[in-house]
Design a protein around this ligand. Structure first.
Ligand code: MN
Length: 139
């Protein structure tokens, strides 16, 4: 069975490495974009199971990128989680109201990441995936 693809949109290399390492070790395949423009192109081409969207990106912010995903019929139904370093009171409500399917704050808590990713990728039970594919890596 093909592994689920998750598109990670993140312009910070250390954060990208964390997402990549955790998601690949858990049995997911990652698609990686460091700009919103790259993310939109990858999303429409591959239609990943889930998008993790950093809010602060070099070319446009995550809210605008979400809007573009939602207006493209190829990507409109893909769940998108907001990832933000702002961590301000009311962020969760604000990003949910903006149309995101969920919210993660940085620094990212690995258990929280795997729980929310599992919720949005049916069959993506993190603990089972760790047991079965702990050493799986995608080239
Ligand atoms: Mn950023």
């Amino acid at each position: 069975m093909a592994r689920k693809q998750i598109l990670v949109v993140e312009d910070n290399e250390k954060n990208m490495k964390l997402f990549r390492d955790v998601l690949q070790a858990t049995g997911y395949q990652t698609l990686e974009a460091s700009t919103a423009g790259q993310a939109l192109a990858l999303a429409s081409k591959y239609r990943p199971a889930l998008v993790l969207m950093d809010i602060q990106l070099p070319d446009m912010d995550g809210l605008e990128a979400l809007g573009r995903l939602r207006t493209d019929v190829r990507t409109a139904a893909i769940p998108v989680l907001a990832v933000t370093a702002q961590a301000m009171r009311g962020d969760r409500e604000r990003f949910t109201a903006a149309g995101f399917d969920g919210y993660l704050s940085k620094p990212v808590d690995v258990d929280e990441l795997l729980e929310i990713v599992g919720q949005h990728c049916e069959g993506g039970d993190a603990s089972r995936a760790i047991a079965g594919h702990g050493n799986a890596r995608e080239a």
